[in-house]
Write a protein that binds this ligand. Sequence first.
Ligand SMILES: [Zn+2]
Length: 507
Amino acid sequence: MPGKRAPEGRPVRLAMVGIAHETNTYSDVPANLAAFEADGILRDAEIVALHETAQTTVAGFLEAGTAPGVEVVPLLYTSTGPCGTITSGAFEAIVGEMVALVRDRGPWDGVLLAQHGAAVSEAFPDADGEVAARVRALVGPDLPIGMALDMHGNVSHKMIEATTVTTIYRTNPHIDARVRARECADLIVRTARGEIAPVQHLETPPMLINIIKQYTGEEPMASVVADSIAVEAWPGILSTSVAEGYPYSDVVEMGMAFLAIADGDRGLAMRGSQWMAGRAWDQREAFIGDTPSPAEAIARAAAAPHGPVVIMDVGDNIGGGGPADSTYLLEIAVREGVRDYLQSAYDPVAVAACVAAGVGATVTLDIGGHTNERHGRPVRFTGMVRAITDGRWEDWRPTHGGQRFFEAGTMAVVEGAGNVTIVLTSRRCGNTSIEQMYSCGVRPERKQVVVAKGVVSPRPAYQPIAAEIILANTAGVTSADLDSFEYSHRRRPLFPFEADATWEWTG
Ligand SMILES: [Zn+2]
């Protein structure tokens, strides 16, 4: 069993485990054990190798272990997708191993959990809460547990009750994952040393923010984040967080959450989270989405005086569970003869055809639209195979979530008439790294219209070169049109679905 806190003078020894998954319960791609294994179930030194120099949550936890008198022991970390619900087989195998490792490799002074916050398994709609509760049951009520979450977590009271300190990214696109995890770990170290006594309070007003309003660099999220920073400066407050929530997980907790952690003062934590939540609630009308149609977006981008105009393919947000092969924008671009156009598409069959034909050959392909009919139909496209790469690259720039190493499977670049370029991948891959294009010789800067699959996550990659960014209301599993989803489990009332929803804070 994990032991008690380290006596004075000995290093604080923390276990680190995590299963990070953003579950799109509308996706029909299951998160089974094979999916986690394909993306890597990392143990011990494998975790260090992949994350130490990245900007991820895991990197922040590892960094905390470089402080004097602190040891962080990475045991197991895995993530996959985002895609559909985690199968019971995968959940029990992975979480079972996580818990066994914490049990067998102790004693510990604390446990760090690298979670996402929007995980759903077949048996546990609040899978992150279940993970935290199992670890809490193992280590007992006194050992500090820290959990670092993605800003898209649907944060539950179960998660907060089972943990001592929870922190959540404060940026979307997520460029502070490492920083927030480090903060979480540092608070756990101080708790283990008996310097602080964190108490958490969570407020979950019945509201959600549309995916297209979630960029923290603009209103309304800019002031929501500013409010949380203001509360963090209150005397006695240790940490504050805001979760935007993840609307494609059909669970009770779906929606926004406001968390404040005070040093020993429950009333202060409550006042802090209620102040943040109340301010956001008061401007809830500003969180409703409004986006141009795909045809309007393409027309505006093609007619803009300067390129590149980056169109976000909102309905095929790979970071949110999209299949990466939606063709709604491509179909319009090809039909309208749009010039100087660039996009990627997941299509392993088309990649194989390009490989068979070879660089320099002209190919006619039926691109994308193969996953399901919610994401359009295949688009016939003729062009020359310009390049074939192994689909691996490294990006040292800021990227969403801090990822540094990328793998899209074999990639093929096909160039058609009018300087139209399609980058085909053989794994489902979003556009969070501009190096994806550079690595295969494509210069997005020289295009008029660049499609990026995602909503906010491509911003670190494409904002530096974009003359303008347009969010297109494409259909799909991550559509901004939330009325197109059938919810069975969400809270009722929940704003904006029920416009007359009311809220009274707890406590
Ligand atoms: Zn996220």
